[in-house]
Design a protein around this ligand. Structure first.
Ligand code: HEM
Length: 172
């Protein structure tokens, strides 16, 4: 299994232009998530109108970071550790991944094509992303030093930075 950065970038670029763009994708993500997996709805305190912007920004960061694993891996481990605070369970990752692929497929099918190759590229990438986040969440102590080097606190947050999901922002 590997990450096909080219397909991820091409499809994300298309998603930003087609069918109402990334707002429609992000809002559609939470609509379907809460319909299909109502058990996770109580975990979300931030309304979808705000939350979707963070999700879309993190997906953009992940896609643009796939060739820069030195930065991407600690980013994902930190994000997995932050999700402990949100009461996320390991078993939820498959649901979130399934939901994102389904919503993206629906989004891109409206004005253009959604192929099996695109679907597989996203499924593979989300499996890697989930595995790295879960590994971080399961072992926060183990990654403490790696995270500190990358500018994250042990709980995955950043001091004086309320937007830790933005990858390009320099550490403060
Ligand atoms: C592909 C994997 C995932 C990505 C990229 C992702 C992305 C994000 C981002 C960027 C945030 C904003 C806060 C932060 O960065 O700390 C967030 C918050 C959150 N995520 Fe995730 N997430 C993922 C998986 C999950 C899963 C599996 C769940 C379980 C239901 C989940 C539930 C939440 C909750 C409850 C919040 C806090 C919302 C609030 O502020 O009320 N996430 N996620």
């Amino acid at each position: 299994m590997s990450i096909n950065g080219k397909i991820l970038q091409e499809t994300l670029d298309r998603a930003s232009k087609e069918n109402g763009g990334l707002t429609s994708l992000g809002m559609g993500f939470y609509k379907r998530l809460f319909e299909k997996y109502p058990q996770v709805k109580p975990l979300f305190k931030t309304p979808p109108e705000e939350q979707h912007k963070k999700l879309v920004a993190s997906i953009g960061a992940i896609v643009s970071g796939v060739n820069n694993l030195d930065i991407l891996v600690p980013y994902l481990r930190a994000m997995g550790i932050r999700h402990l605070k949100y009461k996320t369970e390991n078993a939820h990752y498959a649901a979130v991944g399934e939901n994102l692929v389904a919503v993206l497929g629906d989004h891109l099918s409206k004005d253009g094509q959604w192929t099996d190759e695109m679907k597989k590229a996203w499924e593979d990438a989300l499996k890697v992303v989930s595995d790295v986040m879960i590994e971080g969440a399961n072992n926060p102590e183990k990654y403490k030093d790696e995270l500190a080097k990358a500018g994250y606190e042990a709980d995955g947050f950043k001091l004086k930075d309320s937007t830790p999901w933005i990858l390009t922002k320099p550490a403060v």
